[in-house]
Design a binder for this molecule. Sequence first.
Ligand code: FAD
Length: 289
Amino acid sequence: MKLSKLFSQEKPTLSFEVFPPKTSDFFQSVEQAALEIASLSPDYMSVTYGAGGGRSRFTVDIAKEIERVGNTTALAHLTCVTSTKEDVREKLLELREAGIENILALRGDIPKEGDYPLRKDYRYACELIREIREFGDFCIGGACYPEGHTEAKSLEEDIANIGIKVEAGCEFLTTQMFFNNDILYDYIDKLHKKGIFVPVVAGIMPITNARQIYRSCELSGTVLPKRFIKIAERYGDNPAAMKQAGIAYATEQIIDLYANGVKNVHVYSMNKPDVARIIKNNLSEIIRG
Ligand code: FAD
């Protein structure tokens, strides 16, 4: 199913994310985790593509398994900053052949020197989005940043660039993780004031490892609220307690989002079926609509 159709329905949605293996040695374990998450009947599942500017051999294969074996709509991520036009065309043909209808079109992070060669074919996600639209037949999403993208001079400038992405053919936006819902509500108001009305899917990260999160929030410019820092300080050294607290925090965030009319929530479940299962169970009556 095209996600644009799903988002046009009244019902709240809940989706989960997995990341593909780097090498074929780990394919089976990722496949198993993805299918376990699919068995929870999420509205769709997304599969990331590379990281730190890198590419990925297995995104399409995992997305295909989710669709065919897991019987769940897949959203395949695709980055462009280290790809040539031919690479992208090949990937689009592969996705079409696999029956994948939804792509999250991204620029990708600029790789650290020496990691991957930076190509000159694409500078911004909007260029990839335009090309996918011309290729045809895909529902296209893009990324957005309620606290502003780290490279943007201001949130206003970043939102203007989101407008360019939407004009290029981006039909929905998925947010970077955030831990204070008020930041998202303000952001959505700002998008509306600029005439951007595509569905915004709230990206929620259940924190199960406190140390990792300090580093990734620092890199992405995500603010950790005091309430969250207190939890991480108190339970950070106790993995089981941190997991329980992280899932409870994420659940509370999601309930507040739905209650405030944010209808679509995407959980960064990081190949962890147990985390996805607890969150889904915590929301069982709420997502019934
Ligand atoms: P862009 O939209 O191109 O924006 C990048 C910067 O350029 C911003 O500062 C923006 O303001 C500016 N900009 C955009 N358009 C223009 C323009 N026309 N003119 C001037 N400036 C412009 N990375 C991966 O490697 N793999 C993944 O699977 C992945 N999934 C992600 C999923 C989500 C939901 C999010 C939020 C991020 C994801 N990322 C992923 C990370 C993403 O690749 C990085 O955040 C990257 O730095 C920016 O990608 P983008 O598509 O938002 O870029």
